[in-house]
Design a protein around this ligand. Structure first.
Ligand SMILES: [Zn+2]
Length: 105
């Protein structure tokens, strides 16, 4: 926690609070650690119909990892038509794990 002229700042997410207690509380929230590194590749399954085989597995890789509000954001590229493009974002480890495990159901 950092004391500023206009309040108190959480040093993790940089949010500024009027009350010192709020800044301390914010800072004590659990911050996530990355569970996968940049370049990690996997297949993400997407369903487009009702049938058991109406799905497509798209090669996906982690392109960038950033942090905001005590959470990790994974920016992902997907291989469509033989070329990595189309960036999607997973908010937090839970979101990423859901996508990684989508082909294992
Ligand atoms: Zn914070």
């Amino acid at each position: 926690m950092k004391e500023l002229l206009n309040g108190y700042q959480c040093e993790i997410c940089k949010t500024i609070y009027n009350q010192k207690e709020k800044a301390i509380e914010c800072e004590s929230q659990i911050s996530e650690e990355p569970i996968k590194e940049i370049g990690f590749e996997f297949k993400a399954r997407y369903y487009y119909g009702e049938g058991d085989f109406d799905y497509v597995d798209i090669p996906t890789r982690i392109y960038k990892i950033s942090f905001s509000n005590h959470k990790i954001n994974y920016e992902l590229e997907q291989n469509l038509d033989g070329k990595f493009q189309s960036i999607i974002i997973c908010y937090g480890n839970k979101d990423l794990l859901r996508l990684i495990n989508s082909t294992k159901e």
